[in-house]
Design a protein around this ligand. Structure first.
Ligand code: TXA
Ligand code: MG
Length: 342
C-alpha cells in the first residue's frame, strides 16, 4: 500500500487541505494524525471493521479498548454518561491532554470499548486533530500511531518509520508539544476518581479540580502475574526500545551522574542524562531538566538511542511529583521495571 504523506501547517491551514484524510476516515480507512500528546492512528469509532484494521496495522496482538476523540468537549454526552465532575474537568483542561473514562452509552462500535461498560473520551487541542474530527463527521478512535510495543510516535517521520506502507495516509502537523500520551482519569459511578495513566495534566492538577483522586496500582507497579490491569494498556513492557533500558536510582544524585559518566565511556552503551551532567558524546542524549521538556523528548530519544551497535541504555529514574510521575510510569515500562540501585 502506498502511504500518502500530507504536510499541514497547524498555524495556518484551511479545511480543504484535510479533505482527503477526512474522506478516508468517513469511508472506514485509517489515517495517522498529529495531536499535542503523541500521533494517533485513527479510524471511525462508529465502524467496527475500520477499528479492527487499527489492530492489524499496529500488529497489536490482543484486544485493548481505544480512546474516542471528539472535536468539542460537549460532544462527550452523546457517547458517555457525563456528570458535574466531567464538566469541571472540561472547563479546567479541555480541549487538552486529558482522557476521561465514564459509563458508556453504547453508541460506538463494540470493538472500541472491548465491552468494558465504560468509554474513554478525549478532546485534543491540536488544531489539525480537531479539524480532522469535525470534517470526518464521526468520533475518531485512535491509539498511539506506533507498532505495538514500540515507543509512541511524536513526529510524522516516526509514524512513517513504523507504519509506512501499512496505512493509506499520514498527516504531518509537526512534532507533538507534550510528547507523552494523555492523562487518563476514571470517574466511577460511586463518586470516586482514579488516575489510570499519568500525563501532562498532573495528579496535583486533577486533585485541585476533583478533590480526592487515587492512583491506580498499575501506574508505578508491574501487574501481578495473571491479573487484569484496570487500564489494559498498562502492560509490563511497553514503549520499549530494542536495547534493554536500565533505570538508575540512588539517594545521592552525584552517584547517579558518576554512574552515567562511566557508562558513557563504553560505546556499546547509550546514556540518557540531564542537561550538562554527562559530557557530550555520540552515545549521550540529553533529556532536558526533568520537566515538560524531558517529557517532550523522551520517546524520540529512546528511538534515537536505540541504534544497532547499542547493547544497553541507561537513564536516571525520574522524581515522582508533577510531570515526573508520568515520566516514571513510561520509563518503568520502557525498562520492563529494571531498576539498578546504586
Ligand atoms: O494521548 C493519547 O491518549 C493518545 C492520542 C493518540 O490521543 N492515545 C493513546 O491511546 O495513547 P492508546 O491506545 O495508546 O492508549 C489508550 C489507553 C490504553 O492503556 C487503554 O487500555 C486505555 O487507554 N483505555 C481505553 N479505554 C478504556 C476504558 N474504557 N477504561 C480503562 N482504560 C481504557
Ligand atoms: Mg499506545
Amino acid at each position: 500500500m502506498k502511504t500518502a504523506f500530507l504536510k499541514v501547517d497547524p498555524e495556518r491551514f484551511d479545511d480543504g487541505e484535510l479533505e482527503l484524510p477526512a474522506r478516508l476516515i468517513a469511508g472506514g480507512e485509517l489515517v495517522a494524525f498529529p495531536t499535542e500528546t503523541v500521533y494517533g492512528l485513527g479510524a471511525s469509532a462508529l465502524n467496527g471493521e475500520a477499528v479492527k484494521e487499527i489492530y492489524r496495522a499496529k500488529g497489536r496482538p490482543s484486544f485493548n479498548p481505544l480512546i474516542i476523540h471528539i472535536s468539542s468537549p460537549d460532544e462527550a454526552d452523546r457517547y458517555a454518561v457525563t456528570d458535574d465532575r466531567y464538566r469541571a474537568l472540561s472547563e479546567a483542561f479541555m480541549p487538552g491532554p486529558l482522557t476521561v473514562v465514564m459509563p458508556d452509552r453504547g453508541k460506538v462500535a463494540p470493538e472500541v470499548t472491548a465491552g468494558l461498560g465504560t468509554i474513554a473520551v478525549r478532546c485534543p487541542v491540536h488544531p489539525v486533530a480537531r479539524a480532522l474530527i469535525r470534517l470526518s463527521g464521526v468520533p475518531i478512535a485512535a491509539p498511539s500511531a506506533n507498532r505495538s510495543g514500540k515507543p509512541s510516535t511524536t513526529t510524522a517521520e516516526h509514524v512513517l518509520h513504523d507504519l509506512g506502507g501499512r496505512i493509506p495516509c499520514v498527516i504531518d502537523g509537526g512534532p507533538s508539544s507534550v510528547g507523552l500520551e494523555s492523562t487518563i482519569v476514571k470517574l466511577c459511578p460511586d463518586g470516586t476518581n482514579v488516575l489510570l495513566r499519568p500525563g501532562g495534566i498532573t495528579l496535583e492538577m486533577l486533585r485541585e479540580t476533583l478533590g480526592t483522586v487515587s492512583v491506580s496500582d498499575a501506574v508505578l507497579h508491574p501487574p501481578a502475574p495473571g491479573s487484569q490491569p484496570e487500564s489494559p494498556g498498562m502492560l509490563l513492557r511497553h514503549y520499549a526500545p530494542d536495547a534493554p533500558l536500565y533505570l538508575i536510582r540512588s539517594d545521592r544524585p552525584d552517584a547517579v551522574v558518576r554512574f552515567l559518566r562511566e557508562a558513557a565511556a563504553d560505546p556499546e552503551n547509550a546514556v540518557l542524562s540531564y542537561a550538562g551532567t554527562v559530557p557530550p558524546a555520540p552515545n549521550v542524549y540529553e533529556l532536558g531538566n526533568g520537566g515538560p521538556e524531558e517529557a517532550k523528548n523522551l520517546f524520540s530519544l529512546l528511538r534515537l538511542a536505540d541504534r544497532k551497535e547499542i547493547k544497553r541504555i541507561y537513564a536516571p529514574l525520574p522524581e515522582s511529583d508533577g510531570i515526573g510521575l508520568a515520566l516514571q510510569n513510561r520509563m518503568l515500562r520502557a525498562a520492563a521495571f529494571r531498576i539498578k540501585e546504586i
